[in-house]
Ligand binder design. Structure first.
Ligand SMILES: C[S@@+](CC[C@H](N)C(=O)[O-])C[C@H]1O[C@@H](n2cnc3c(N)ncnc32)[C@H](O)[C@@H]1O
Length: 279
């Protein structure tokens, strides 16, 4: 048994880490067909499939968007990436996408879940010219999070950074002021930095999404589906890159994206925007 598997086994015996209840990262891994999930995650995920049968379609669309956005940002010349809420590793991960185009790119992955960070060991070292780091921090404390990122020594906040918040703010309820959190994160970024964000929505199937949100809540995972206007507010004062805020599979689809599915099956808004004002 490898070092990581040993560690995961040890973690499983520690009830303080929450392996006895479903976790968003491991449920998402299950929707993607991954193996980094426990029975409690699979049971919760299956319940959600009955409420919103396309949930795996949405998860795959989210991941495919992340790949396209990563390639787009690398082609814009961005060399520094901060990905908050990384989830379980699933090839290709962000650093594999961007370092294939920009070998000296640095990627700092951030998550607040210690088990996700154990699995993040699988991410390896990336290219010899670039760097990857993993940091344990919580987006609910944005300044502390980016201070921890800065301490890695891999990110120079005087230079442009691409900040990814993919399928993350869905887990931040309104009372924790997610729009303010994003504003505080953006306050760290130099001009010509980018924000890439995805967020689930009930706009196309309100009843199904009410049921999904309730089911997550009953499992102890608070989720908030947001309207297009609520998601657009995350990009306040940023310049949205063409095609703007759209359903994830419609954001610059690539030949490998395959046929379009109905928006209601993807149920996820996505956009990339540029920070253009001097701070
Ligand atoms: C659904 S997964 C998204 C994974 C990946 N970003 C993607 O889009 O493929 C959500 C991730 O956010 C992390 N997360 C949830 N709440 C967080 C918080 N308050 N601070 C940091 N990470 C958080 C979870 O642990 C999980 O890894």
């Amino acid at each position: 048994m490898g070092e990581q598997s040993e560690l995961v086994r040890e973690l499983r015996t520690d009830s303080g880490l929450g392996q006895d209840r479903a976790h968003s990262a491991r449920m998402y891994d299950y929707y993607l067909g991954g193996k980094s999930n426990y029975i409690v995650d699979r049971q919760a995920a299956e319940e959600l499939v009955t409420l919103f049968p396309a949930i795996a379609v949405a998860a795959r669309a989210n991941r495919a968007y992340m790949h396209r956005a990563g390639r787009f940002l690398a082609r814009q010349g961005v060399r520094q990436f901060v990905d908050v809420g990384i989830g379980m590793p699933a090839m290709p991960n962000l650093h594999e996408v961007v370092q294939s185009l920009v070998p000296d790119a640095t990627v700092v992955y951030v998550d607040n879940d210690p088990i996700v960070l154990v699995y993040a060991d699988e991410l390896g070292n990336g290219t010899p010219e670039g760097a990857i780091r993993c940091v344990e921090a919580d987006v609910r404390q944005p300044n502390e999070l980016l201070a921890a990122v800065e301490r890695t020594g891999c990110i120079d906040f005087d230079q442009p950074v691409a900040l990814s918040l993919h399928a993350l703010l869905d887990f931040i309820p309104d009372e924790l002021h997610p729009h303010q959190i994003v504003g505080q994160l953006l306050g760290w970024l130099a001009p010509n930095s980018y924000l890439s964000l995805t967020h689930c929505t009930g706009d196309f199937s309100p009843d199904a999404w009410r049921a999904v949100v309730d089911a997550y809540g009953h499992r102890g995972v608070p989720v908030r589906a947001r309207t297009k206007d609520e998601v657009r507010r995350f990009f306040h004062e940023l310049d949205l890159v063409d095609p703007g805020l759209t359903v994830a599979h419609r954001w610059r689809p690539a030949p490998e994206s395959g046929p379009m599915v109905p928006d209601k099956r993807v149920a996820l808004y996505a956009a990339v925007a540029r920070e253009s004002t001097a701070l």
